[in-house]
Write a protein that binds this ligand. Structure first.
Ligand SMILES: NC(=O)c1ccc[n+]([C@@H]2O[C@H](COP(=O)([O-])OP(=O)(O)OC[C@H]3O[C@@H](n4cnc5c(N)ncnc54)[C@H](O)[C@@H]3O)[C@@H](O)[C@H]2O)c1
Ligand SMILES: [Zn+2]
Length: 379
């Protein structure tokens, strides 16, 4: 069977290179794709086996993949986690290891994550750690996972004190994005994912930003063709960054953190789970752009363009109750953030549409001004 109407993006990382395939109905071709990826990496295998990781909200997608694999002669088992961030913890990973042992997994068993970023990060961590690394496939089902978490090889779980503190780089064999899968995603989750989409335009691709501005209603209607284009472009842009900074050593990968210094502080101070990540990214981009204005790097028109697009797709521009959070606490959190070195405040800031830079040593006073103007409390 040949895959029709799909688009392929290559992530070039030497012997860790892989394909991201994007299109409708791809779940039904998962066995064929995964087989091809395995063949390309390490040749034919007898008795292939797969360990599927999923959560109950997307279990039906995992069942489609299981059916497809079983029909092609694979032995499979499914590890189902509770939906939500709290599954990114060691106890859950430990249960997955137990199930792998029981399944008599060997070093060629393929771990396949089918779900959002939580399932992708946790399943990837299982793959990275069991038997010193199993082959891994990502089948993302949220927009955020399609455009961000499934590409780039960062896998991991949370520590009680910090998100994503325990992890590894473990690139997948391939990423299969079925653009029909996120149609069942609740609106709030879908809209939240759009914040990362818009972020790619601001940081790397002015034409893409213009394309998004011109396609707001198709985006709202989750038009398959437009979404395929959008997801493909985001994956190309993420691949571009990851290829040049796979392990976050050259600094380029930091551009992906536009809006995230404010975002992480807001997420932590509103209590994790209150804001969805993309909602906090949306607010964070508005604040960061205003900070860039204060530094004379951009004019207000650039912020206004972002505000208009974020608002048009239904993303929030500010905290629901900014007075509930103090400026002091936000600045304190920012200093704890891993992008802060030696107490100096560092931000990824735009210089023009489609371009950002990492700016070291941003005066704290200007950050405070943005928060004050946003209505946060001074005491
Ligand atoms: N590894 C990386 O590079 C990277 C990058 C960004 C984010 N992340 C991580 O990703 C996670 C967030 O991912 P997320 O936003 O996808 O959240 P998520 O995985 O929690 O999914 C959101 C919710 O939607 C449900 N869901 C998923 N797909 C669905 C579908 N098709 N239909 C109906 N419901 C569906 C899930 O069960 C869950 O309840 C965070 O843990 C974050 O740290 C990782
Ligand atoms: Zn993000």
């Amino acid at each position: 069977m040949t895959i029709k109407n799909s688009h392929s993006v290559q992530v070039s990382l030497g012997d860790r290179s892989y394909e991201i395939v994007i299109g409708p109905g791809l779940l039904d071709e998962s066995a064929e794709k995964i087989h091809a990826w395995l063949m390309a990496k390490s040749g034919a295998r007898d008795n292939p086996s797969a360990f599927l990781v999923t959560d109950e909200n997307v279990a039906s997608y995992a069942e489609s993949v299981t059916k497809n694999l079983t029909a092609a002669g694979w032995r499979t088992t499914t590890f189902q986690m509770e939906p939500g961030e709290s599954s990114k913890r060691l106890e859950v990973i430990s249960k997955a290891w137990d199930q792998l042992v029981e399944f008599q997994a060997d070093r060629r068993t393929v771990v396949i994550s089918i779900g959002g970023g939580v399932v992708g990060d946790a399943g990837g961590f299982v793959a990275a750690t069991f038997a010193r690394g199993l082959p891994f496939v990502q089948i993302p089902t949220t927009l955020l996972a399609d455009v961000d978490s499934s590409v780039g090889g960062k896998v991991g779980i949370n520590h009680a004190q910090a998100k994503n503190l325990i992890g590894a780089f473990h690139q997948p064999l391939g990423v299969l994005i079925d653009t029909d899968a996120f149609q069942t995603l609740p609106d709030r989750e879908y809209i939240s994912g759009l914040a990362e989409v818009i972020k790619y335009g601001v940081i790397l691709d002015a034409d893409f930003f213009t394309f998004l501005e011109g396609n707001v209603s198709a985006i709202q209607q989750r038009d398959s063709e437009v979404l395929k284009k959008i997801i493909s472009r985001c994956c190309e842009l993420k691949a571009y960054v990851v290829e040049r900074d796979e392990h976050e050593t050259t600094g380029l990968r930091a551009v992906l953190n536009y809006g995230h210094t404010y975002c992480h502080a807001f997420e932590a101070l509103t209590g994790y789970g209150e804001l969805l990540h993309g909602e906090a990214v949306s607010m964070g981009m508005v604040y960061a752009s205003k900070l860039a204005e204060k530094l004379g790097r951009v004019d207000q028109a650039l912020t206004d363009r972002q505000v208009r697009l974020l608002e048009a797709v239904g993303l929030p521009l500010n905290l629901a109750d900014p007075t509930a959070i103090s400026i002091e606490d936000v600045v304190g959190r920012m200093k704890l953030d891993k992008k802060t070195v030696g107490g100096m405040l560092r931000f990824v800031l735009p210089t023009k549409m489609g371009h950002v830079e990492l700016v070291e040593d941003v005066p704290e006073e200007l950050v405070r001004q943005t928060l004050q103007e946003g209505g946060l409390s001074s005491c």
